[in-house]
Unconditional design. Structure first.
Length: 239
């Protein structure tokens, strides 16, 4: 049995509702493929590659599974279809109802047509590394032999502004759905933790404490404000 880390993302409503509702419902479906042993908080993230679209909602699941990599991918793609995502249609990096990606799977290194593990852009994406670091900071990328915390620290050192686009958000839907899988890391979404807890978790996870303490807000093309917070708004400029 291997642990697979599954990146989740959505920025369009699906048949079950909002992106938050979609991630909560799809996490329950992913749980049927094995056992969810941990999951991150939810994050509101600015789009990458195609800016004129709504903010994404992202998270990471840690799934223990007996499925082989190709079988796991097939099941994840089938779950995407259930929630209205057809990868054969739509813009590359464009809006979608659901994205389920295998980020890491044990120490496997696979480079085949249609399947690449670790995810080929894992080390380039803060919206993946920040939630992954929340649940598995010591998980190792077999290509570089660096762990997730090290990958995140390197990325932030070279492009600290990228972290401004990844904002932890509160979600009653995500929190109450935890019973169908694993509870969020450390028991509560980071948006609910105290100042001292956030400072400690930021230090333990390998990314700067200011990232955990930054205000939880983001404005995107959909015009929505994510979890307004009056604290030090200047730390999170809109890009």
């Amino acid at each position: 049995m291997l642990t697979a880390y599954i990146g989740m993302g959505a920025n369009l409503p699906s048949p079950v509702g909002s992106p938050e509702a979609t991630l909560a419902a799809s996490a329950s479906r992913v749980a049927s493929l094995g056992r969810i042993i941990d999951r991150s908080s939810l994050y509101s993230t600015e789009p990458v590659g195609f800016a004129d679209q709504p903010c994404f909602t992202n998270a990471v699941l840690a799934l223990e599974t007996d499925l082989a990599p190709h079988a796991l991918l097939d099941h994840l793609l089938a779950i995407e279809l259930e929630f209205g995502r057809d990868r054969s249609a739509g813009l590359q990096n464009g809006p979608r109802t659901l994205d389920l990606d295998i980020l890491l799977m044990g120490d496997l290194s696979i480079h085949e047509s249609g399947l690449e593990i670790p995810h080929p852009r894992l080390a380039e994406r803060t919206f993946v590394l920040i939630p992954l670091n929340e649940v598995a900071p010591q998980a190792v990328d077999p290509r570089t032999r660096k762990n997730v915390a090290q990958l995140l620290q390197t990325l932030l050192e070279h492009s600290e502004s990228e972290a401004h686009a990844v904002v932890p958000i509160q979600s009653d839907v995500w929190r109450t759905s935890a019973g169908s899988g694993a509870a969020p890391s450390a028991g509560r979404p980071c948006a609910e933790k105290s100042h001292d807890e956030l400072l400690q978790s930021g230090s333990r996870s390998g990314h700067p404490p200011w990232l955990a303490l930054a205000p939880m807000q983001s404005f995107c093309a959909d015009g929505l404000e994510r979890v307004p917070d009056p604290r030090n708004r200047a730390l999170w400029p809109y890009r």
